[in-house]
Ligand binder design. Structure first.
Ligand code: 4AD
Ligand code: MG
Length: 482
């Protein structure tokens, strides 16, 4: 028996006039004669030529958009325009019917909003084929990058009792019966009765456990799902997203920045080289999209230009303090166009400020460092106060055009006394993080790391504009369908 061949290899072959079997889903069926089928192996379809005079009417009727079919036939050089090869069908089998009156995907352009409602079927469109191929390539490239450099891949827990970012935006994990919640004598929920005997939640970051491993292996990374119960209904936030978190021992902020920049360039290069067809398609898609916008809202660079631009330029590095000076005297600040005006040192940067720096001022990725301690997490290494006595930490955020914050990281506070003092100031219970503090007691060492938001990376490389379109089944406030 001859085996099914993938459309990707059939479209590339020059071995004509042989029998082949193709299986896939019908995209279109024209003139009772030409079926375009797609099997997901590539974005292209293969054209099947049907001998309709010798095909029963009943069978022809079942060749509908969305149906899955098995075709046996001869691969021939195509006479028609638009394709090099086609299959002259000798046998057509319908594997799965698709009622054309009910199948929601029609051979026409659908809005991304509509496709989001049928996320279980949107993989079958060219756009989502391209997006998820790029997503795959980026994930693969990340593992390859770290593997080549001798990093150990750690799987950190999904269920945890800690809130690594200390932001209180966790999802609770419990098996307690909501209708009969056990209470302690003073009326609090009695977590001793719960599954783990204590309060637990989904992880917001694998960093703290990652640090433990880095203090043994020297360099590790995590790549896993993380969960945030922040009520952010934006095109950049998900309640469930994937994060890559490397952690390196015997390293400072400088090493951390270098690692992050090298990684970004490596993985974007990998995608550009290995997803040519997909990125060209997405580039063209974006150009079409841009045409529908008013002139002043159009992007100056195409997707491919933007990717190359990031690869060919060093990321701009500056401190938070320098950034504040630029922002304070910037036009949108002077003209009060920012929603949040920058008046004083210490203000947290909003996405409008980040985007101004990246897209208008520097026009390339920017690494901002040394943020005020008060707007960053407890574990970041404390810098010596500056001449004016202001306290900063050795933090870094990497900002990308069109995205804003892509990466957040820092050198870690390795000095036990400084760390515990900061935890006290922020009311972070030390008993619960005894294991974290232990690394500072037994062979503490300078170390650093960062977190890359995977979906934000996929957004950037695909040129998509809504983060809900680069993860298969997005989770966001009031939505957990599929
Ligand atoms: O800046 P964040 O909160 O940093 C951490 O979690 C650190 N523990 C990382 C580390 O140092 N190991 O998150 C890191 C990145 C952000 O820069 C952003 O790209 C992404 O994760 N991110 C989100 N992506 C999608 N939806 C959300 N709600 C996100 N929150 C953060
Ligand atoms: Mg951050």
């Amino acid at each position: 028996m001859i085996k099914r061949e993938k459309i990707k290899s059939l479209l590339a072959t020059t071995e004509y006039n042989r029998e082949v079997i193709v299986m896939g889903w019908v995209r279109t069926f024209r003139n009772n004669q030409f079926i375009a089928i797609n099997d997901g192996s590539c974005m292209g379809n293969i054209q099947i030529v049907v001998d309709f005079n010798n095909t029963p009417e009943e069978l022809l009727k079942r060749i509908t958009t969305g149906a899955s079919v098995a075709i046996t036939g001869t691969l021939i050089e195509s006479l028609g325009k638009g394709q090099r090869v086609e299959v002259k069908a000798s046998a057509i089998e319908i594997l799965g019917d698709s009622d054309p009156d009910k199948f929601p995907l029609q051979p026409k352009k659908h809005s991304l909003e509509f496709l989001r409602e049928i996320a279980h079927l949107r993989f079958r469109t060219n756009t989502f084929n391209a997006v998820f191929k790029v997503r795959h390539a980026l994930a693969f490239a990340i593992h390859q990058f770290y593997n080549e450099r001798g990093f150990v891949y750690m799987h950190t827990p999904i269920i945890t009792a800690s809130d690594a970012e200390g932001a209180g935006e966790t999802f609770k994990v419990t098996t307690l019966d909501y209708d009969q919640i056990p209470r302690t004598e003073d009326g609090h929920v009695d977590y001793a009765e719960d599954f783990f005997g204590r309060a637990t939640n989904l992880t917001v970051s694998g960093q703290l456990e990652g640090e433990l491993a880095a203090m043994a292996f020297g360099q590790i990374y995590t790549f896993g799902p993380t969960f945030r119960a922040e009520n952010s209904n934006t095109t950049r936030h998900l309640a469930e997203f994937w994060m890559i978190e490397p952690e390196i021992a015997f390293a400072d902020l400088e090493d951390n920045m270098q690692l992050a920049e090298d990684m970004m360039k490596y993985i974007i290069t990998y995608a550009v080289e290995n997803c040519k067809e997909e990125i060209e398609f997405l580039n063209a898609r974006l150009l079409e999209d841009e045409k529908t916008k008013p002139q002043q809202e159009r992007s100056e660079l195409s997707l491919i230009d933007k990717l190359n631009f990031c690869l060919n330029n060093d990321f701009e590095r500056l401190t938070y303090t320098e950034a504040i000076a630029i922002l304070r005297s910037s036009k949108p600040n002077q003209k009060k166009q920012f929603k949040y005006l920058i008046n004083e040192w210490g203000a947290d940067l909003q996405s409008e400020h980040e985007r101004f720096l990246v897209e208008k001022h520097f026009k390339k990725p920017v690494i901002l460092t040394d943020y005020p301690a008060d707007i960053k997490s407890f574990y970041m290494r404390q810098n010596e106060p500056d001449a004016e006595g202001r306290k900063t930490v050795a933090a870094m955020d990497i900002l990308f055009p069109g995205i804003g914050e892509m990466i957040g990281g820092s050198q870690r506070e390795e000095r036990l006394d400084r760390l515990t003092q900061r935890m006290e100031e922020l009311n972070i219970p030390q008993e619960e993080l005894w294991w974290y503090l232990d690394t500072r007691k037994f062979g503490s060492a300078p170390h650093a790391g960062f977190g890359l938001g995977f979906e934000r990376l996929v957004l950037f490389v695909t040129g998509m504009t809504n983060i809900r379109d680069v993860i298969a089944f997005p989770r966001f406030p009031k939505n957990a369908e599929f």
